[in-house]
Design a protein around this ligand. Structure first.
Ligand code: PBG
Length: 333
């Protein structure tokens, strides 16, 4: 007998006593199948440019992306979300380039689906990369972001992406009523099998900074607070999610992820459709920066951050770490 023994019938540490026991009792698993990999594309051929605020991520032409997708597929990363960097001279005040059938996004979708029919392609529906004003919607002369006029353009954009073969269109603009309108437009054009992933609870976050650097898409004036959600609000996320589900969303999203895990949990408990979370550019940049300085253990924080997001209720995770995490998970098993 030890000299000092607590009289405990519960010793939670027994369930942590070996790696095998820990694996048996583990409540949450992350898998490469959970990942959606966001990528940045640009026009041209055989070009790739680094994005300084997102170390390791680049803007690349479609031919270069196709080579990367080969690598993704080998790793088991099979959902790709391309975001376009559009030349300044193609931008206007109405984002017309967004529904050009020969534009960068539809061209990219066709190229991916032709070479990798099983890869799931998720396209972004929002005007910011195409709009001279850098806003997700059409900007009126008085600075107002016009809701219904914007939704009209989003519908054209969604049908254009569906025609190119997109598996999902993903409205990230936060206009009211866009999910229902896009669903009707897709159905009317015969695309009843094209899915909608709605950025339902998308907050007006400072964590999107590096993404806007990547696409040179920051708003020229004002901010996005009249359409993206106030970071202070939790119940409003449920309202947005409920509306999007009623309007026909197949999957709803919470974004950003790690600073909004309470929202994610609440949405996951409420939602009858699967929930996605987006680990955004700023979350990626922070972890990279700390790891580069030797302040955090890169491999461990990548997996821990993804685990936290999954545990909070995400079924799938959009993450710039998709490839790296896939490699780490292979090493674990
Ligand atoms: C734009 C859009 C943004 C992101 C995805 N789609 C930026 C924004 O709303 O300003 C952010 C993604 C990220 O930061 O990784 N519709």
């Amino acid at each position: 007998m030890n000299e000092f023994t607590l009289d405990l019938n519960q010793r939670p540490r027994r369930n942590r006593k070996s790696a095998t026991v820990r694996a048996l009792v583990r409540e949450t698993e992350i898998s490469v199948k959970d990942f959606v990999y966001p990528v940045f594309i640009m026009e041209g051929e055989n070009k790739e440019e680094p994005i300084p605020s997102m170390p390791g991520m680049t803007r690349k032409t479609v031919d270069v992306l196709l080579k990367e997708i080969e690598e993704c597929v080998a790793l088991g990363v099979k959902a790709i979300a391309p975001f376009p960097s559009i030349a300044e001279e193609k931008k206007d005040h109405k984002g017309s380039e967004s529904y050009n059938p020969n534009g960068l996004v539809p061209t990219c979708v066709r190229a991916i689906k032709e070479k990798f029919p099983d890869v799931v392609v998720m396209t972004d529906a929002a005007l910011d990369p195409f709009n001279i004003d850098g806003h997700d919607g059409i900007v009126a002369e008085n600075g107002e972001i016009l809701n219904d006029e914007t939704v009209d353009v989003l519908c054209k954009m969604a049908v254009c992406h569906a025609k190119a073969g997109a598996d999902f269109v993903c409205p990230s603009d936060m206009m009211d009523g866009r999910i229902g309108a896009i669903r009707s437009a897709l159905d009317a054009a015969g695309f009843t099998n094209t899915s909608i992933m709605a950025y339902s609870a998308k907050y007006a976050s400072a964590f999107y900074g590096p993404f806007r650097d990547a696409l040179d898409s920051a708003p020229k004036a004002g901010d996005k607070k009249t359409y993206q959600m106030d970071p202070a609000n939790r119940r409003e996320a449920i309202r947005e999610v409920a509306l999007d589900i009623n309007e026909g969303a197949d999957i709803v999203m919470v974004k950003p992820a790690c600073y909004y895990l309470d929202v994610l949990r609440e949405v996951a408990d409420f939602s009858e459709v699967p929930v996605a979370a987006y680990q955004v550019s700023g979350e990626y940049a922070m972890l990279c920066a700390a790891a580069e300085n030797g302040w955090l253990d890169r491999n461990r924080v990548i997996l821990e951050s993804l685990m936290g997001i999954k545990r909070a209720g995400a079924k799938m995770i959009w993450t710039y770490f998709a490839k790296e995490a896939a490699k780490l998970l292979q090493g674990e098993s």
